[in-house]
Write a protein that binds this ligand. Sequence first.
Ligand SMILES: Nc1nc2c(ncn2[C@@H]2O[C@H](COP(=O)(O)OP(=O)(O)O)[C@@H](O)[C@H]2O)c(=O)[nH]1
Ligand SMILES: Nc1ncnc2c1ncn2[C@@H]1O[C@H](COP(=O)(O)OP(=O)(O)O)[C@@H](O)[C@H]1O
Length: 394
Amino acid sequence: MGEAPSVALYDLQEESLLDDHPKSQGESSTTIGDKTYFIGRTCNEGESLEVRIYNSSTAQWVHPVVFGAKPDSCEGHSAVALGEDRVIVLLKGSSPHGHLWFLEVDSNYVREQKKLRGGSEVVAWSKGGLGSTEKPIVISGPSGVGKGTLISKLMEEFPYLFGFSVSHTTRAPRNMEKDGVHYHFTDKSVMEMDIEDGKFLEHASVHGNLYGTSIEAVEVISDNGKRCILDIDVQGARLVRASSIDAAFIFICPPSMEELEKRLRARGTESEEQILKRLRNAEAELQQGVSSGLFDHILYNDNLEECYSRLKKILSLDGEVAPALKQDSSTVEHPSHHTAVTKRCDKIILECKTEELEKSWENLIVLDTSALKGGAPGRTRGIKVYKIDSYSDI
Ligand SMILES: Nc1nc2c(ncn2[C@@H]2O[C@H](COP(=O)(O)OP(=O)(O)O)[C@@H](O)[C@H]2O)c(=O)[nH]1
Ligand SMILES: Nc1ncnc2c1ncn2[C@@H]1O[C@H](COP(=O)(O)OP(=O)(O)O)[C@@H](O)[C@H]1O
């Protein structure tokens, strides 16, 4: 039998401070400095957890601007401060969006957004992810140069290694294109709203349409332990380069403008007007791609097989092929139900009820947060999840 926990989280909450503002049902409160973060007032099905802040130094309530995809309301949750900059939020019950979330209250991203909004209070949600994060690969080049063809070859030969980042676009689908596979085809107004909500890593207007990479499109690939490939234009590549994402940047050039035109026409997917627009834009794209220093590698796609071999060489896939990327060394999944939470340094211990083990203290799961990576606007990774037999094992 395990020993009783030395510090149970529930004992740490300072409810007396907030007597005039009691928590609503299902709401948690977590104090960091002068601010107490109330999470989860909304309990209606399908709505996300609401965040409000009580600032004890000004004795005022604030409704912050909330960034990131938010967790849906659930059967309940626990919230624990991790240092000064974020709160870990553990959802209970079945949630299609995972059980582990982080509410960033003073991270670099949050500070940046605060500055952009003239000092308004800002918080940002980041979903916990267990997958590894191999450097994404950004592939750019003019329309018709062969980006899609090269990416398809990689994905076919190494389906277990790579995942394609499915962009959003306002352009109409081509004959063979499937929504959710080649692109998420979307309305301009919806996409603009999502951009405003901070759901996009980058976006650009290309050949008269809006294109963008959602944060989710990239993160879901790492969730599956795969390396993400982005097919985006030069403007998008520049935005990714300026972000905190460490990626490999590859630019594909045609052997000549004549050959580019031939390929575009032979593909037969564009109207004459679109072909001419794409060829006009290609001149500027080539100039920026080759001379800006933005790209780590420039490949000429003359002979397809030769170009593909060079691409594989750049990605170190020309010799013995590495095994599929591993998930982080978590041996247990994060549980869907917990009955008690205890924090010891950077470890969170959950008592979890299961059908077989009614006494939840017999089923202790540790979330080790000592090596967290990433964060808003993407996932927070690096959490290790494992079982222990008793509290004295920590
Ligand atoms: N910035 C950005 N560019 C994108 C994205 N998705 C696709 N693109 C670029 O948009 C351009 C047009 O793509 P598309 O209409 O599929 O035509 P294609 O280049 O002829 O295959 C290409 O340069 C793509 O690399 C995205 O999410 N962001
Ligand atoms: N090296 C190559 N030689 C000849 N044709 C090519 C080569 N690479 C690609 N193609 C063809 O050119 C057309 C445009 O290629 P695609 O992959 O759609 O370009 P992108 O994605 O860059 O717009 C396609 O019909 C494709 O089969």
